[in-house]
Design a protein around this ligand. Structure first.
Ligand code: NAP
Length: 466
């Protein structure tokens, strides 16, 4: 993929970038290794001050940064501003709470000894990131990672190079020393070599399942820790006791958020047959009410897809599904003209072998299913290679308990759409990846969890060895 800014609203190539040479990559890895030796010795107070400052810069600069995001990947300007604000939030959150999360934990071992668990940094963590939330995906790794004393190396998606450089600039202006966070403008072919390099301690990847498999395989060969946040085909289950108006309005939002390109967007809508007719009518109306258009304009709900290839793949998945017997309730035709626009679309009566039944459709396309009861709803929700988020709509306590216990996903939201939150662990199971970001679990992914045993008095007899 060329490293370039191509405006998805117009298809125009605005700027192209040369990939770093092998020598330039080597120099950056060395800078990271050198910076780590100093950064790991800084106090949590000092790191927190810089992280707070990064949050202030994100807030103050949010209009400029938002325009950059919209220009490079097409999300609406309002969504891009909200993304910058959320990045500021995650910086503040870890600035405030990292010290508590990383504080040594005492363990009562009796006798005269003291035992503690310490959380120590690992080194340089390579982050391979996607374009869909070009700031948020990076900051949710950066804030806990740098607070833990690690240093960051970013290989961002090739279509958001200016966002990648802007993030490096924010962190430099916040006071983090040269090398603590570096953007590397490289293609995905450079990742394997970096994973082989001993100056890279671990890696985190957010992106597609094939990219995750490739990084996990290479990192595994080098015995390096990885966290993988991969694709999803989240179920959105509606039971008869739900508030159907709220469910349908949220369904349209949950499917079309970020122009339909979110890993945790609701993708498979599984509706109890007793609520299905009414929900279908409300859902179609809510999808048709969304305004598709210029992402820079006020009032636009759905901008273009990020690249021509993504738009064409979505179009292909819909056309193949229809050819297999699925029925369109709305949308389904790509919008001609400049830019990579696709309308909010709903498919129903989807046969099992159609792409829209199980595949992740990364655009504003909903798959609508009717089920006879909760057993069928749970079985269909779990009939997926993915297990990222899930949203269930019911007022029935017994149903809630079953959904929470039985849906195979990293997150279940009841009467709400799935959303990431700095306070809560985020991640999936099955082909959606492993490990967690955010919350306390997120900061503990890339640390050396060290057991410390301190004898206050010299031992008189030796313990059994393990
Ligand atoms: P992608 O093609 O997998 O790209 C993601 C990143 O991985 C990019 O930086 C890409 O670089 C790099 N990459 C691709 N193939 C690679 C390989 N073989 N080795 C090393 N690096 C590789 O994914 P995308 O199209 O940008 O993003 C969409 C996918 O991400 C969807 O499946 C979505 O669900 C998932 N996603 C998941 C989460 C989550 O938290 N679970 C969040 C957001 C998105 P290039 O750009 O240079 O190819």
């Amino acid at each position: 993929m060329p490293i370039a800014t191509i405006n998805p609203a117009t298809g125009e190539t605005l700027q192209t970038f040369e990939a770093l040479t092998a020598g330039e990559v080597d120099a950056k890895l060395q800078r990271a290794a050198d910076a780590f030796e100093r950064h790991r010795r800084t106090s949590l107070d000092e790191r927190a001050g810089k992280m707070r400052r990064a949050g202030e810069i994100l807030d103050a600069d949010k209009d400029r940064l938002a325009r950059l995001m919209t220009t490079e990947m097409g999300k609406t300007l309002a969504a891009a501003r909200a993304e910058a604000e959320k990045c500021a939030w995650v910086c503040r959150h870890y600035a405030e709470h990292a010290a508590g999360m990383l504080a040594p934990q005492a363990v009562d071992v009796g006798g005269t000894a003291r035992a503690e668990v310490h959380f120590l940094p690992l080194g340089a963590v390579l982050a391979v990131m996607p374009w869909n939330f070009p700031f948020w995906q990076v900051f949710r790794f950066v804030a806990p990672g740098l607070m833990a004393g690690n240093v960051g190396l970013l290989k961002h998606a090739s279509n958001v190079p200016q966002c990648a450089l802007a993030i490096e600039d924010v962190l430099r202006r916040a006071g983090f020393e040269e090398g603590v966070f570096q953007t590397l403008l490289v293609g995905s072919d450079a990742v394997a070599g970096m994973l082989d390099d001993e100056r890279v301690a671990a890696a985190t990847l957010t992106g597609s399942t094939p990219a995750g498999q490739s990084v996990a395989e290479r990192a595994g060969r080098n015995l390096k820790k990885t966290v993988l946040e991969l694709g999803g085909s989240d179920p959105f289950i509606v039971m008869p006791s739900a508030d159907l108006h709220a469910a349908a309005t949220t369904a349209a939002k949950a499917r079309c958020i970020n122009n339909g390109q979110s890993c945790i967007a609701a993708k498979r809508f599984i509706v109890h047959q007793d609520a299905a007719d009414e929900f279908e009518q409300l859902f179609v109306a809510a999808m048709e009410a969304l305004r598709v258009g210029d992402p820079m304009a006020d009032g636009t709900d759905v901008g273009p897809l990020a690249t021509a290839a993504i738009r064409d793949e979505v179009d292909e998945q819909v056309r193949t599904s229809v050819a297999a017997g699925a029925r369109l309730l709305t949308g389904g035709q790509k919008i001609e003209g400049p830019g990579f626009f696709y309308p909010p679309t709903i498919l129903t009566d989807i046969p099992e072998d159609a792409p829209a039944y199980r595949e992740e459709v990364f655009g504003p396309v909903a798959s609508l299913f009717r089920v006879a009861g909760i057993d069928e709803a749970i079985a269909l929700a779990n009939d997926s290679q993915f297990g990222l988020g899930s949203s269930v709509w019911t007022r029935d306590e017994a149903e809630r308990r079953r959904f929470v216990a039985e849906i195979e996903a990293g997150m279940t939201y009841v009467n709400a759409m799935v959303a990431s939150d700095p306070r809560l662990p985020f991640g999936g199971v099955k082909q959606s990846g492993y490990g967690r970001e955010l919350g306390t679990f997120g900061i503990h992914e890339f640390v050396n969890i060290k057991s410390v045993w301190i004898e206050e008095h010299a031992p008189t007899d030796l313990p059994d060895a393990e």
